[in-house]
Design a protein around this ligand. Structure first.
Ligand code: NAG
Length: 167
């Protein structure tokens, strides 16, 4: 099966999120919700280069639209990281999330909502930076599997992110 790309575990993203701003839709039909990402960390796996140990810098936002079918929602995230080296990196991700009963419970704040399994969400990550040491991130392709984490003091999202490698 030569030629097919493989993946290398790259980093884990863990981000606390606040309540969505339910903007809605007066005419477009796919209601918009904006979810603030208030704090978080991005830590790379041993062996991944460029090594990354970063925190969310300021607030990121996820512009989420629910499909007309109601089965999925589409994420569109823009956020900023600061690495321990002081470098600033913009982190974006996009993809669809299946609105499984477990995920809907989390999103609606159901009293019996629990941390979800990985499986409802696969997204792509991309990066932009002026820092030479992180330049390679700008040309790599990343995929992430996501889940919601229910904590006593609120909600977080966690993504396990891998780099796609040729051959
Ligand atoms: C990521 O996925 C979105 C669709 O969800 C697509 O529009 C975008 O081009 C993709 N970006 C990359 C870098 O693969």
């Amino acid at each position: 099966m030569s030629g097919f790309p493989s993946i290398q575990p790259a980093f884990t993203v863990l981000v606390a999120i606040a309540s969505p701003l339910a903007i809605g839709s007066a005419s477009r039909g796919t209601p918009l919700a904006v979810v603030p990402m208030t704090s978080g960390t991005v830590k790379s796996e041993p062996g991944f280069e460029p090594a990354l140990n970063a925190e969310l810098d300021g607030v990121g936002y996820d512009y989420i639209r629910t499909d007309g079918s109601g089965t999925h929602m589409r994420l569109d995230v823009r956020s900023q990281l600061k690495d321990t080296s002081g470098s600033l990196i913009a982190m974006y991700y996009k993809g669809a999330v299946r609105l499984s009963p477990e995920t809907v419970k989390v999103l609606s704040g159901a009293p019996d909502a629990k941390t979800t399994e990985f499986g409802d969400s696969v997204v792509n990550f991309s990066f932009e930076t002026g820092a030479e040491r992180f330049k390679a991130l700008e040309t790599m392709t990343f995929v992430g599997a996501g889940r919601f984490v229910v904590k006593k003091d609120g909600l977080a999202v966690e993504y396990k992110v891998s780099r796609v490698i040729a051959g």
